[in-house]
Ligand binder design. Structure first.
Ligand code: SF4
Length: 248
């Protein structure tokens, strides 16, 4: 994998999902096969395959310190087009530095990751004023995770991270996106671990090809996404957990 240290020009960007987004890295080692963030390569000029390069914005905290004093406060998404807790974060701690600044300034934050490395920062997270932490959990069966998210942490580790965050008093959510085969078991697997759930389907152009590659066409039978999402939504409803279907 190619790792570069770069000086970014800005770090607190406007977002369509939340008010702002902070991406401490360009690229993502998790390299999920369905990742929509791979479109980034068009703008950054990387020739390596998605998942095979990561640029660390080593001046992220310096930039954020300045930008926080110049911009109107709003909710910050950490992160949008990379995983802020991908393996390199162990070495660089850029996400941790950014979170420290955001919390010091009292800005609301939504963290979203696939990695239990987020637990390293539990001391910061449990003290934050306005924070929610989401783990993306796409299936309850790790054999399907291995097909689509080969380099991302195993599902059981994500479930344990959610349980630990929730038990520590942090508001948690599960992002079931994209819904993968084996997702049916998630209502039970997430029981008691989350305050809310979001579900999205794999609606990207390459979904058909990906499913064919893994010989999972059966799962793409007409209505599979909708039926599974609605069944999950009803199950979460019975648990009293708010569940939002995105893009249905
Ligand atoms: S963890 Fe997120 S950003 Fe990283 S490759 Fe997977 S989907 Fe893309």
């Amino acid at each position: 994998m190619i790792v570069r240290e770069i000086q970014a020009r800005s770090i607190l960007s406007r977002s369509k999902i939340y008010d702002y987004v902070v991406n401490p890295y360009v690229g993502c080692r998790h390299g999920c096969s369905y990742c929509y963030a791979r479109f980034m390569k068009r703008f950054t000029g990387h020739r390596e395959a998605w998942g095979e390069f990561v640029d660390a914005k080593i001046n992220a905290a310096d930039l954020l310190r300045r930008e926080l004093t110049r911009k109107q406060p709003g909710r910050v998404w950490v992160s949008g087009v990379c995983d802020a807790y991908q393996p390199l974060e162990k070495r660089y701690r850029l996400t941790r530095q950014c979170l420290e600044l955001l919390f010091q300034h009292g800005w609301p934050v939504t963290v979203q990751t696939r990695s239990p490395l987020v637990l390293r920062d539990l001391d910061l997270l449990r003290a934050a004023q306005d924070l929610e932490v989401g783990l993306s959990v796409t299936t309850a069966e790790d054999r399907f995770r291995r097909l689509f998210e080969r380099c991302a942490p195993p599902i059981p580790a994500r479930l344990e991270a959610l349980a630990e965050l929730h038990a520590a008093g942090v508001r948690t959510f599960a992002m079931i996106a994209p819904l993968l085969p084996g997702a049916e078991g998630l209502a039970e697997a997430l029981r008691g671990k989350v305050d809310r759930v979001l579900i999205d389907r794999m609606n990207y152009a390459h979904a058909n090809a990906l499913y064919r590659r893994h010989q999972l066409e059966r799962e793409l039978s007409p209505g599979w996404f909708e039926q599974t999402a609605r069944r999950l939504s009803a199950a979460f409803g019975r648990q009293g957990v708010e569940c939002q279907l995105v893009f249905y």
